[in-house]
Design a protein around this ligand. Structure first.
Ligand code: NAD
Ligand code: APR
Length: 237
């Protein structure tokens, strides 16, 4: 039975909820240039374009998107697993929380929060991003930016993630292409800690060869099966 599990999720776990991934044919990066909507330079160059990009994703998240069985299975794992569990997501949606997970580490930030560019304080998003959405921590208020980690910025919570990876006995990666660091390097750290490493993905990721075992297919189907096995105390094959 495993005692210390680290789970990493990427855009693929939310695909079956109807949210676009980044690097599929119809992915987010096919519609937008990363430099324009996912970098600090892009934001300061054209904040309206970036605000529109995130406001559209925020509206979709609020309106017609629900957690899928993969999110719900990880919520159940958190509630029923007796050992230590750290759930790290690269996703900025709130589907893990709505699927029952109460402790989620969003290393790339959260779409449902805004951030004051001066104080770095974060606030639940009450209105779309724009020139009227001002922080309440400074006088006069500063225009809030998306609480999202862009290319070139530091991811959130790395110390806590690395500490967990150095002592984990099971590392599971779900729905990520393994193309962006530092998340793509987590499997190497888990292997170094002697953990068993498992990749669940629709197709082999860029770091596929570094995993001990693989389950290829849809997260909505494979993750509930895996959680059942873990809660029965079975080893992962
Ligand atoms: P990085 O340099 O590690 O990322 C490089 C990867 O980002 C590339 O392999 C590619 O997958 C992607 N990338 C970079 N430029 C691209 C482009 N022009 N077109 C398509 N893909 C491109 O990223 P970084 O600068 O070290 O980012 C720091 C952190 O911010 C990382 O953890 C990254 O994942 C994160 N991030 C988050 C978001 C988000 O939308 N939440 C967007 C970008 C980056
Ligand atoms: N079940 C399992 N895996 C899936 C599913 C599914 N239903 N649908 C798609 N996938 C897989 C794809 O095969 C792909 O490998 O999910 C992966 C999604 O990869 P990306 O689109 O690259 O998303 P992600 O890996 O989360 O991107 C990492 O890059 O742009 C930055 O910060 C951004 O957090 C993002 C990071």
């Amino acid at each position: 039975m495993y005692q210390r599990i680290v789970v990493l999720t990427g855009a693929g776990i939310s695909a079956e909820s109807g949210l676009k991934t980044f690097r599929a044919e119809d992915g987010l990066w096919e519609e937008h240039r990363v430099e324009d909507v996912a970098t600090p330079e892009g934001y300061w160059r054209n904040p309206d374009l970036v605000n529109r990009f995130y406001n559209q994703r925020w509206t979709q998240l609020k309106k017609d998107v629900e957690p899928n069985p993969a999110h719900q299975a990880l919520g159940r794992l958190e509630q029923e697993f007796d050992g230590e569990l750290l759930l790290v997501t690269q996703n900025i949606d709130n589907l893990h929380e709505r699927g029952g997970s109460r402790r989620v580490l969003h290393m790339h930030g959260e779409l449902v929060k805004g951030r004051c560019p001066k104080s770095q304080q974060t606030f639940p998003l009450a209105m779309p991003f724009g020139p009227d959405n001002l922080c309440t921590c400074c006088e006069p208020g500063n225009v809030m930016r998306p609480h999202v980690v862009w290319f070139g910025e530091m991811p959130i919570g790395l110390d806590r993630i690395y500490e967990a990876l150095e002592r984990c006995d099971l590392f599971i990666s779900i729905g990520t292409s393994g193309t962006v660091y530092p998340a793509a390097g987590f499997v190497e750290m888990a292997n170094h800690a002697g953990a068993h490493t498992l990749e669940i993905n629709l197709e082999p990721s860029e770091v596929h060869s570094q995993f001990n075992t693989h389950r290829q297919g849809r997260a909505g189907e494979l993750v509930p099966e895996l959680v059942e096995q873990l809660l029965r105390g079975e080893l992962v094959r």
